[in-house]
Write a protein that binds this ligand. Structure first.
Ligand code: ZN
Length: 132
């Protein structure tokens, strides 16, 4: 095995979690490789410091507070997503509305031909003919 493979197994080796054959191969490598031995020593030091760390007692209901905070955080995220979707929908609605308004031409810009569809002999047709 290469050093990379060995170093990935060192933590499991320290915890006696490796199969005997793999553990034996790790030991063979360690006997020949000073770099991996140094890595193992560092891991042992870290493990020892963690074990020497004083145990702390948490206050009564600490786990419930944590779970409540997590649940609240999830709820806040859901509310944030709902608000974000509402803002996007409103933005899309107003963009569509404004594009419709912009596309709409005012009657003053229309030509008179658009108003020439009066029935024959009607007062509107006569007026239209006079105006033209
Ligand atoms: Zn090595």
């Amino acid at each position: 095995m290469h050093c990379d493979e060995i170093r990935m197994k060192l933590s499991a080796y320290l915890d006696n979690e490796l199969e005997s054959e793999i553990s034996r191969r790790v030991e063979e490598h360690l006997a020949e490789c000073s770099g991996c031995r140094k890595e193992l020593k560092t891991l042992k030091t870290i493990n020892q410091r963690i074990m020497d760390f004083p145990w702390l007692r948490v206050s009564e209901g600490f786990d419930e507070k944590i779970m409540f905070s997590v649940a609240k955080s999830e709820t806040d995220k859901k509310h944030e997503q709902i608000i974000r979707r509402a803002i996007i929908s409103a933005t899309n609605f107003f963009e569509s509305l404004f594009s419709l308004i912009r596309a709409e031409k005012w009657p003053s810009t229309r030509s008179l031909d658009e108003f020439g569809d009066f029935p024959p002999c009607s007062l509107g047709r006569v007026y239209f003919k006079l105006v033209q």
